[in-house]
Design a protein around this ligand. Structure first.
Ligand code: PMV
Length: 319
């Protein structure tokens, strides 16, 4: 039986979420410990034609050709078919499995899109330039997010730490020193679409206040880039705390996220903030490597559903 499997990593936003929608810079890194994996496998003898989707985690078990026209997967199949000039898809089962927590700011939607595109391309013996895979994933992100900045699909497609400004070519970031983060899932799902819409409402009502906060976040991101590239990495902690304080003023934090952030700091983290859309989802804490386990345990005791310890190394082999 013909079969092809592909995957794509999760991601975190290290600095600059929300302000990035308003053209300020942001920094994101891929998180390889969590992955979306898509397997495309030949299917025979069931009398139905095309793609059978088998994705119980996202409650999707159906033939692709009966999905509503505005369903993100339907849009993906349609745009990909046009890009690779395929009229109909062969009879296959497309299985999606993801270890990226859903609706938690770790890019599960973008990772599923990218892994699906890669798996279908591989199965069909087709290729597309990476820029085009990224552009396709961005079209699907629009369906999930409304007005996405494009940072999620970019960091996930390129699998590199990136310095990103909406609408401009991104830069690959190389850190001068390694640094360790603890990522903790609050267990509270959050819809980025809604939080982004609330920020927009706030910005429309109080443009000066919101613009000033976006500027403040933008300058934190520029400082963070300097530190990542030149050190000392420990100074990133203070910047994370400043970024979190601005995010709180934007109204995208929550008592639960603040509680986890305080628990991380109390356990010895150098700084901590929410990551992604906010309200729920994940927080990230910068730690000295030998404190990572302590901070991780403290976050679990404070109620985090799960934690991930990840170390970003300067000698990223893909850089
Ligand atoms: O998908 P999330 O929750 O990581 O959010 C993406 C980050 C935002 O800046 C809030 C939105 C965007 O499109 O950049």
């Amino acid at each position: 039986m013909k079969k092809f499997q592909a995957s794509a990593p999760g991601k975190i936003i290290l600095f600059g979420e929300h302000a990035v929608v308003y053209q300020r810079p942001a920094i994101a890194i891929p998180i390889h410990q969590v992955q979306a994996t898509v397997t495309v496998e030949e299917r025979t003898n069931d009398g139905q034609h095309g793609i059978l989707l088998d994705a119980p985690q996202i409650k999707l078990q159906s033939m692709a050709n009966i999905l509503p026209l505005d369903h993100p997967m339907e849009i993906l199949f349609r745009l990909l078919a046009t890009a690779i000039e395929v009229e109909t898809y062969p009879d296959v089962t497309l299985r999606i499995h993801s270890s990226i927590p859903l609706a938690s700011g770790m890019g599960s939607g973008a990772a599923i899109s990218v892994a699906t595109i890669r798996a279908l391309l591989g199965y069909l013996d087709k290729t597309l330039p990476i820029e085009q895979i990224n552009a396709l994933a961005y079209q699907i992100e629009k369906k999930y997010h409304g007005t996405p900045s494009g940072i999620d699909n970019t960091v996930i497609t390129y699998e590199q730490p990136i310095f990103f400004i909406r609408g401009t070519p991104f830069l690959k970031l190389k850190s001068v020193q390694e640094f360790t983060l603890v990522i903790a899932d609050s267990g509270i799902p959050s819809t980025t679409l809604e939080v982004v819409a609330d920020v927009r409402k706030g910005w429309q009502e109080e443009p000066q206040v919101f613009e000033a906060l976006f500027d403040q976040i933008g300058s934190i991101v520029l400082d963070a880039r300097q530190i990542i590239e030149n050190g000392p990495i420990s100074s990133l902690g203070t910047l994370m705390n400043s970024n979190q304080s601005a995010l709180r003023k934007l109204g995208v934090s929550s008592p639960r996220l603040d509680y986890l952030i305080d628990a991380a700091i109390f356990a010895g983290a150098l700084g901590a903030k929410l990551s992604g859309g906010g309200r729920g989802g994940n927080i990230i804490a910068l730690v000295e490597k030998n404190k990572a386990d302590d901070v991780s345990l403290a976050l679990q005791s404070a109620g985090a559903r799960s934690t991930i310890i990840t170390t970003e190394t300067p000698d990223n082999p893909k850089a």
